[in-house]
Design a protein around this ligand. Structure first.
Ligand SMILES: *Cc1c(COP(=O)(O)O)cnc(C)c1O
Length: 224
């Protein structure tokens, strides 16, 4: 199947849920990304800073670039001028750095806070109470150049669908709770970034507003 047919099918599926498709183009060359672009796709996700910066230079300027992977503070400066949304903010330190680099570029960078929802030790993210502490802190209120627009999570990598669903559900519940209890100039909690190729249909049922899909669109990658 070609990319435009796959995108068409995915977009039809997502439209009933009012969900945004982030096409995860990591490891894929520019001509493949352009094929998706020419089929109408404008939001793309990458997980490595260098690759993201290079592709943003080479490809059309109306692409909205999502940084979806773990981000080190010392690399924020390379994507701060153009990045559309940073999905995996997992520490107050990283958020402070993003704020500082956004200020240098005279812009506000939208961010999602990554919640640790999976069983696996290796997955990044904060606990629910760490997130509450963060957004209630005096320091957070001072951050004028970031906006936290929601939460992101990665479910356990398992064939047990009920487990994956319940992790997504828990995250959605937490977002709803925060929406009720927290507000601020730099908080606009509306997005829930959950779901990848293997589990996006479960994520949609549990309130995802943004799915990050790579291999379903572009085929398997040689490395992760
Ligand atoms: C690679 C990646 C995806 C997409 O994975 P697929 O299984 O190819 O859809 C989604 N989210 C993150 C954080 C990723 O690193």
């Amino acid at each position: 199947m070609n990319i435009s047919i796959i995108l068409d099918k995915l977009n039809k599926e997502l439209s009933t849920y009012n969900c945004t498709l982030v096409a995860v183009s990591k490891t894929k060359p520019s001509d493949v990304i352009l094929e998706a672009y020419n089929a109408g796709q404008r939001e793309f996700g990458e997980n490595k800073v260098q690759e993201l910066a290079k592709k943003s230079e080479m490809l059309p300027k109306d692409i909205k670039w999502h940084m979806i992977g773990h981000l080190q503070s010392n690399k924020v400066k390379y994507i701060a001028p153009f990045v559309h949304l940073i999905h995996a903010v997992d520490s107050p330190k990283l958020l402070n750095t993003i704020n500082k680099e956004a200020a240098k570029n005279e812009r506000v960078i939208n961010c999602l806070l990554q919640v640790h929802i999976a069983d696996e030790e290796s997955k990044y993210g904060m606990t629910e109470s760490e997130i509450e502490d963060l957004i209630e802190s005096a320091e957070f209120l001072q951050l004028k150049n970031i906006k936290v627009v929601g939460l992101m999570g990665m479910a356990t990598n398992t064939f047990d669908e009920s487990k994956v669903s319940s992790e997504f559900q828990q995250l959605n519940k937490f977002l709803k709770k925060l929406q009720k209890t927290h507000e601020g100039d730099n908080l606009d909690l509306k997005e829930l970034s959950t779901g990848m190729s293997g589990d996006y249909q479960l994520a949609l049922k549990e309130g995802s507003t943004m799915v990050r899909i790579g291999s379903t669109i572009f085929g398997a990658r040689n490395y992760p």
